[in-house]
Design a protein around this ligand. Structure first.
Ligand SMILES: Nc1nc2c(ncn2[C@@H]2O[C@H](COP(=O)(O)OP(=O)(O)O[C@H]3O[C@H](CO)[C@@H](O)[C@H](O)[C@@H]3O)[C@@H](O)[C@H]2O)c(=O)[nH]1
Length: 263
């Protein structure tokens, strides 16, 4: 893929994909006590062969303890206890490192609150057989959101459009968090340099994948607003996303002018 940014590589061209390795579904949690048991149960039913890693940031509501109880009765369920709330990005980076260290070939990102449907996981994994990265997408034909307030839909669609245009990434749902990566794709994204903490972590990974020339496929999904617990969306998360995406866009343009590679 040529992103017009002086990095005209396309790892997908002529690429033959190897078989998918074992899958690990990473579920980051902060105060998801009301949701964790249901989501783990649904994932186990939808993809019985997959393992699950709950990456909990020492949730005050005891999510980590409930996850431990689930893990005690199921050797495919694992728990990564982190010392405190450090954001979605840090939790996923720790989860990816754990998964790669334990030889998983496929790493999946999924929310704990039921907004991502575990029953759609087989479609994501099937698509990954011919891709480096699969994004569950609300904004491609066939994708949709259920019960989201108009304000939230506006923010999410606006964030995706802003990121797509400014960063030049040909992806409709740049901020979505239901994704399947091949382990080798993650290894090519320069994760040690990723500093994004909130939802812009998703934008960061998408732009890195495009810049690296990976074959990114969007699969339509149905995103359902959570019924229990609270979203962690905050003013700080929006501000971080705005300034980081803008800085990446400006930086990319400067690099293009100077003939340097990105990110
Ligand atoms: N470990 C950990 N988990 C976190 C943290 N912040 C959020 N999470 C977990 O990350 C998941 C998503 O967080 P929500 O706060 O429920 O996200 P949302 O408002 O529904 O946002 C959705 O839309 C965003 C924008 O499109 C997406 O970026 C996001 O992934 C998600 O799909 C949940 O499982 C939540 O517990 C954190 O600091 N640490």
């Amino acid at each position: 893929m040529n992103d017009g940014g002086g990095v005209p590589r396309d790892r997908a061209q002529g690429r033959r994909y190897g078989p998918l390795g074992r899958a690990l579904v990473i579920i980051p949690t902060y105060n998801e006590a009301e949701n964790i048991k249901a989501i783990v149960t649904r994932v186990r039913e939808a993809v019985p062969e997959a393992n699950i890693l709950v990456a909990d940031d020492n949730s005050p509501d005891g999510t980590g303890k409930i996850a431990d109880e689930l893990a005690a009765h199921d050797d495919k369920v694992h728990v990564l206890h982190r010392k405190g709330k450090e954001g979605l990005g840090a939790a996923y980076l720790a989860g990816f490192a754990w998964g790669i260290e334990h030889d998983f070939g496929v790493l999946v990102e999924m929310d704990a609150d039921g907004s991502h449907q575990p029953e759609e996981l087989p479609r994501l994994l099937t698509a990954l057989k011919g891709a480096d990265l699969v994004l569950g997408s609300r904004w491609v034909p066939g994708g949709r959101v259920v019960n989201w307030p108009k304000s939230r839909e506006f923010l999410s669609r606006g964030g995706s459009t802003y990121s797509r245009l400014l960063l030049g990434v040909p992806i409709r749902d740049v901020t979505g968090g239901f994704r399947a990566f091949r382990a080798e794709t993650l290894e090519g994204l320069g994760l040690t340099e990723v500093a994004s903490q909130g939802y812009c972590f998703q934008v960061d990974l998408a732009r890195r994948a495009v810049a690296a020339g990976y074959h990114v496929v969007e699969v339509p999904i149905t995103f359902v607003e959570r019924e229990l617990g609270d979203s962690k969306m905050s003013r700080d998360i929006v501000v971080e996303a705005l300034w980081r995406v803008t800085a990446w866009g400006v930086g990319d343009r400067a690099n293009r002018l100077l003939g340097r590679k990105r990110p």
